[in-house]
Design a protein around this ligand. Structure first.
Ligand SMILES: [Zn+2]
Length: 98
């Protein structure tokens, strides 16, 4: 399995699984740079492959879940389109204008 140009890796500084740019490698040791914070890491090729596999599996499962949510429209979260009801009640104790 070939490593992608920008493998996903857990950045030890920003603690995010983000894309990393491969800066270079010596045998099976890679120098990578976090695309989020710019931190550099030295990682073994096997570990990068493992992260890439896990990330691809996670992505596939998200795509499957999205596919089944589209098949069953009731599963789609409609909260984003919910209408916000504004209360027209007066604040207790507030004096009514005369
Ligand atoms: Zn980072």
């Amino acid at each position: 399995m070939e490593l992608t140009e920008r493998p996903v890796y857990l950045c030890p500084i920003c603690r995010l699984e983000t894309l990393h740019k491969i800066m270079g490698h010596l045998d099976a040791r890679y120098g990578i740079c976090c695309t989020n914070c710019g931190n550099g890491s030295l990682v073994g090729e096997a570990e990068l492959h493992l992260y890439q596999l896990q990330w691809e599996e996670e992505l596939q499962s998200i795509i499957r879940e999205l596919g089944s949510a589209v098949d069953r429209p009731s599963m789609i979260d409609r909260s984003a389109t919910a209408t916000v009801m504004l209360s027209t009640d007066r604040i207790p104790g507030e004096k009514k204008p005369r």
